[in-house]
Design a protein. Structure first.
Length: 249
């Protein structure tokens, strides 16, 4: 009850001061404190799946994120990345080991060479990802990110330990990969282009043949009319001459 009374008094005092303050420009929504009190902004942690496919000679980020619970405080963090090549009778080997004790961070057993592998981590060590540059076909296999977190509890003799493991099956392909849907779509696109072109050519040829036949028929009719006209004229002259002979006789 005392806590609620103090909060109510503080809120009443703040409202009284607000009435005396001059009205200034409105702040953007992102700068308005939640619950009406100024509080530090905490980053939101979201666990996402890692990319598991890469083209040879490219760079890939093996994402390993383990979000702490809201009630968790600072902790000692140990991270171990292991790699197991594909095939039978293979064993997992450590490629990176990181141990954090307070502000001290120690890295050991760094494989691939510093130019090929980079450790990517956040300030609070919730993300402990791994970048692999210039990937090789031999990098194909199973990667595991083992996280051991021990909360800092000075008053506790043996604090609890939390273990998290992320498994990534990496596939390295020699050339850019394309899923079956994209391949079918590409084939259908070319098929439709070819079919449309053939149909257009066939339509143009058919129209040309019809127009040519129509012109030919029209020309034949004109020729027939020109031939029939002189014949009719000669017949009329012959009939007129015969009638004149009959009348004279």
């Amino acid at each position: 009850m005392g806590t609620f009374a103090q909060e109510g008094a503080g809120l009443h005092s703040a409202m009284g001061q607000k009435k005396k303050m001059k009205k200034g420009p409105a702040l953007p929504a992102a700068f308005v404190p939640a619950r009406g009190f100024a509080s530090p902004v905490e980053a939101v942690c979201v666990e996402v799946d890692s990319v598991d496919r890469v083209v040879v000679n490219n760079t890939i980020k093996l994402t390993c994120i383990s979000c702490r619970k809201r009630q968790e405080q600072d902790a000692f963090v140990d991270v171990t990345w292991t790699f197991q090549p594909d095939g039978e009778n293979t064993t997992a080997v450590d490629i990176l080991v990181m141990k954090r004790n307070g502000d001290d961070v120690e890295f050991t057993n760094l494989q691939f060479g510093s130019s090929r592998m980079q450790f990517v981590y956040s300030e609070d060590y919730q993300e402990v990802s791994l970048n692999i540059n210039d990937t090789k076909l031999e990098d194909k296999g199973t990667y595991r990110c083992h996280i051991r977190r021990v909360p800092v509890m000075p008053s506790v003799h043996k604090p609890p330990e939390f273990f998290v493991t992320k498994t990534i099956h990496l596939e390295v392909v020699p050339e850019p990969f394309m899923d079956i849907t994209a391949k079918v779509s590409e084939v259908m696109m070319y098929f439709m282009i070819v079919a449309s072109t053939v149909l257009l050519i066939f339509t143009l040829i058919t129209c040309y043949m019809k127009v040519k036949q129509a012109d030919k028929d029209k020309h034949s009719k004109v020729t027939d009319l020109l031939v029939i006209a002189p014949v009719n004229k000669e017949n009329c002259a012959t009939e007129q001459a015969e009638e004149e002979l009959k009348s004279s006789s």
